[in-house]
Ligand binder design. Sequence first.
Ligand SMILES: C[S@@+](CC[C@H](N)C(=O)[O-])C[C@H]1O[C@@H](n2cnc3c(N)ncnc32)[C@H](O)[C@@H]1O
Length: 510
Amino acid sequence: MQSDKEGGDDGCPEECIALSDFTGSGSDQLAFTSKDKLLVHAKPSSDWWWAELHGVIGYVPASYLRPVGAAKERDEETCLEDPWQDEEYFASYGTLRLHLEMLSDKSRTEAYRQVIFTNSASLRNKVVMDLGCGTGIISLFCAQLSQPSVVYAVEASSIAEYTRQLVKQNDCEEVVTVLQGRAEETELPVQVDVLVSEWMGNCLLFEFMVESVLLARDRWLRKGGVMWPSSAALALVPCQAESYYAEKIAFWEQPYGLDFTPLQPLAQKEFFTKPKFSHLIDPSDCLSAPCDIITMDMYTLQVEDLEEMKGQFHFCVERSGVFHGFTAWFTAHFESLETEGATVELNTGPNSEPTHWKQTLFMLDRPVRVYEGDSISGSIVLHRNPIWRRHMTVTLQWNINSSKEETDNCQANIKTFTLFTLTLMNNSSIMLFFNHCGSIFFMQCGFVTYMHRQKVLTLPLESLDFFCVCFFCICVHRLEQRVSPCGGERLTKCLINGGDQLKISLTHPL
Ligand SMILES: C[S@@+](CC[C@H](N)C(=O)[O-])C[C@H]1O[C@@H](n2cnc3c(N)ncnc32)[C@H](O)[C@@H]1O
């Protein structure tokens, strides 16, 4: 993978314009306001660049900047480009891969089934909206386990065409009506009694499908109607992550008996400024009891609240160990409609059955030894990306309070993480390019834009044949016209390397 690129292609600093305000956190980040002109000196990682403003230097998030020369030309493209990246987003739900992953997740799917089963009496003759029904599983549970008068199963992706067939195949077409389209643009004949949806993402909010749910609530849920989930919470715990630290940082201490430690700061920037998704934390690596740091009431939460969600934490260390980072996950709660019925909880944490979300790990730059009785207090801010509406940054701020002298009690620590590319959630998406069927190739084009941050992708070509290469080249050609959403790279090259590798290069257009 290419990285550590100097500002412009000629090695000179590159002038960039700020697309929106950035407050920055910590002494190494540079704050700026919309329309400020910054000089980018280096691009040490794809997400964070080293830039200068009014003589002050610091790290800035790449997705907030556009090269000045390209700004005018890009303004038009930005207007045309969708800040929700819906084309790519819904294309991914138009294939079976994500649906297979979700339906194979028993804890998740059974939680919804249990909610419907335990509330079947109350759902009788009710009007239900299943927002983002996917394959229709929740709607089918409603139709089979209870007797609603109608379920409106709304789905924007092309999977909806199959959902109709599944509804018919399972004899539910009398009750379930599949409506293909974005919920925001869908008209229903009546208001609904129940709005059910599975909208949760990594760190609860990632992908921000919750916005569609809130808009539908305000428009279609009748007064006194029910939201499922009814509330949700983001949980956090300080933790050990010894093997991940060893894999990414300690590795450079002595590979092959050589001292590669000068690469460690680069490794920190490259691997630890994004969270690690799909992390499964062993409960024994939790250094304290977890706490809910952000809670959301799905009846009162407003779309504007999503711009900045803040929380506080105070952890009491229960076992001595090495504090490598924080692990986050979420819980969702479904209120009961039955008298004295129990709330159903979907818990994606380490003490419950693993789900497909697993947990999200935020690594500190430097591990700290902590002792039983120490405390770790601080705050978290989830800041929604002002331009790319499905993305966000997470800023963690913390202090350690210890009786041990070796711990720097006064030090206030702060670190911001970017949750940007969807590739992080599933590294296998590109594998679909190996499919021998041309139509899948085209459907999967969108994934390439999710991979724009990996400037060079090298893929094994075990199953690639000439037919596939032709299709791939056509895809590449089409994508050359597209500017990727946040850094300005374009897909410019597709090389066949020595017959056994396909190399895709993404380079800066300037
Ligand atoms: C996390 S999946 C859940 C699918 C299904 N409900 C299940 O539980 O298996 C979310 C689904 O919502 C759809 N979706 C997301 N935002 C939507 C919107 N604004 N309007 C309609 N469908 C949407 C996606 O295409 C995707 O199929």
